[in-house]
Design a protein around this ligand. Structure first.
Ligand SMILES: Nc1ncnc2c1ncn2[C@@H]1O[C@H](COP(=O)(O)OP(=O)(O)OP(=O)(O)O)[C@@H](O)[C@H]1O
Ligand SMILES: [Mg+2]
Length: 353
C-alpha cells in the first residue's frame, strides 16, 4: 500500500487551517487500517430506458452495473478500468450516493450508508468526495476561486467566513497555486489549474475517500503527469484512499496499488497492479492491455483487436487446482481467487459457462 501514514511533519502535512480538528461533527474518526475506507457489496444499477411514441411505448432495462464487490482499503489507490460504457462512472456515482443503487450496499468506513436519508447521510458525504474529468462545469463561474474552494466548508457549517477564506487560500497553495488565485475566476485558468482547484475543493473537507473519475483525461501529457504527482503527494500526506477511474492504463500502472477491470457492468478481474500487467487472466483484461499504444516500433506486435461478443463468450475455464481459495457458490462466471489477492471471473472445468 502506498503512503501509509507518510509525511509526518512535512511542510504541507496536516490540516491546512485547523478548522476540521476543532469541528468534527461527523462520524467518529476510525483508527487506521481497522476497516476499509470504502466497500461496495453486490452493487448494481438498472436503468429503465423508454422508447417509441405514446402508443407503442416500450421500456427496456439496461443493467449498467451488476454484482460489483470492491474493497478500497484506507490509504489504498484502486484503479477502475474498462471501456467506455462499462459502468465505471455509474459505480463511482453510486459510491458517492449521487445515484441510487438498484441493489447492493455501500459501506463508508464500515458503516452501511446505502439507505441513509438526507440528514443522516450528510456527515458521511464529507468522507467521500469527487473530482471529475470536466471540472469546468463543477466550478461556478460567478464565484472567486477562494469561494469555490471554501464552499464545502460553508455547506457543512464549518468555521466562519474569515477562517474559511484562509483555509481556501491555504488549500490553493497546497495544490500548487499562488494564494493570489483566490480572487480569480475559473475561466481565467488552464485545464490543469482548474483540476488543481477541483482537487483543493474536494480535499478541503479532509475526506477518507476521493473518487477521481478520469481526472486527467482532458489534459496533455506533461500536465497530466503533474496532476498525478499532486494526487500521489496528497494521498501520502493525508492517508487518503482513492478510487481512480480511468481509461489510461499507463497512468493506472504508475499510480494504483490494485486494479479492477470492468466489462459490461461487471468486475471481470481484480489484482495487485503488477499482476494485472504481467499475469492477466481474463481475455478482456488482455484485450485492454493489448490496446495500450506501444511507441517503440521494435516492440510493436501485430495486434488483433477482438470483438466484444467474442470476448464475452470466451470465459476463462479454471482447473480446480488453479483456484487458490474457496470457490464461490453459484453457476456461470464468478470471481474466483487465483493468486495472492487476484480474482478472475471464470467457471470451473466441467461447468457450463
Ligand atoms: N442516467 C442514465 N440513464 C440511462 N442510462 C445510463 C445513465 N447513465 C449511464 N447510463 C448507461 O449505463 C452504462 C454505463 O455508463 P457509465 O457512464 O457508467 O460508463 P463508463 O464506464 O463511465 O463510460 P466512459 O468511460 O465513457 O465514461 C452505459 O451504457 C450508459 O449509457
Ligand atoms: Mg465514465
Amino acid at each position: 500500500m502506498r503512503g501509509g501514514g507518510a509525511a509526518d511533519g512535512g511542510p504541507r502535512s496536516g490540516p491546512p487551517c485547523g478548522l476540521l480538528e476543532a469541528d468534527v461533527s461527523g462520524p467518529d474518526r476510525i483508527p487506521p487500517g481497522a476497516v476499509p475506507a470504502l466497500e461496495l457489496r453486490g452493487l448494481g444499477k438498472r436503468f429503465h430506458l423508454r422508447s417509441g411514441g405514446i402508443l407503442r411505448r416500450r421500456v427496456t432495462e439496461l443493467r449498467a452495473v451488476a454484482d460489483v464487490d470492491l474493497v478500497l482499503p484506507r490509504g489504498g489507490i484502486l484503479g477502475l478500468v474498462g471501456e467506455s460504457g462499462s459502468g465505471k462512472s455509474t459505480t463511482g456515482l453510486m459510491a458517492l450516493r449521487l445515484l441510487e443503487p438498484s441493489e447492493g450496499q455501500i459501506l463508508i468506513e464500515g458503516t452501511d450508508v446505502t439507505a441513509l436519508g438526507h440528514a443522516a447521510l450528510k456527515p458521511w458525504r464529507r468522507r467521500v468526495q469527487v473530482v471529475f474529468q470536466d471540472s469546468y462545469s463543477a466550478l461556478d463561474p460567478m464565484f472567486t476561486l477562494a469561494q469555490v474552494v471554501a464552499e464545502p466548508l460553508r455547506i457543512h457549517g464549518i468555521g466562519d467566513g474569515a477562517s474559511r477564506h484562509r483555509a481556501a487560500l491555504d488549500w490553493l497553495e497546497r495544490v500548487g497555486l499562488h494564494r493570489s488565485y483566490g480572487s480569480r475566476y475559473a475561466h481565467e485558468l488552464s485545464g490543469g489549474q482548474r483540476q488543481r482547484v477541483a482537487i483543493a475543493r474536494a480535499l478541503i473537507l479532509e475526506p477518507a475517500v476521493l473518487i477521481a473519475d478520469e481526472p486527467t483525461s482532458a489534459l496533455d501529457v506533461s500536465v497530466k503527469a503533474q496532476i498525478i504527482n499532486l494526487l500521489q503527494d496528497l494521498q501520502a500526506e493525508m492517508d487518503l484512499s482513492i478510487l481512480f477511474i480511468s481509461h489510461d492504463l499507463s497512468v493506472v500502472r504508475s499510480l494504483c496499488d490494485r486494479v479492477a477491470v470492468m466489462f459490461s457492468g461487471r468486475i471481470v478481474e481484480e489484482a495487485p497492479t503488477e499482476a494485472i500487467f504481467t499475469s492477466a487472466r481474463h481475455p478482456y483484461t488482455r484485450a485492454l492491455l493489448d490496446a495500450i499504444p506501444v511507441l517503440d516500433p521494435r516492440q510493436r506486435r501485430r495486434r488483433t483487436f477482438r470483438d466484444r461478443a467474442e470476448i464475452a463468450r470466451d470465459v476463462p475455464v479454471l482447473r480446480r487446482g488453479e483456484v487458490t481459495g474457496p470457490v464461490p457458490e453459484g453457476a456461470g462466471p464468478r470471481l474466483m481467487p487465483i493468486g495472492p489477492d487476484h480474482r478472475v471471473a471464470a467457471v470451473l472445468e466441467g461447468e457450463a459457462a
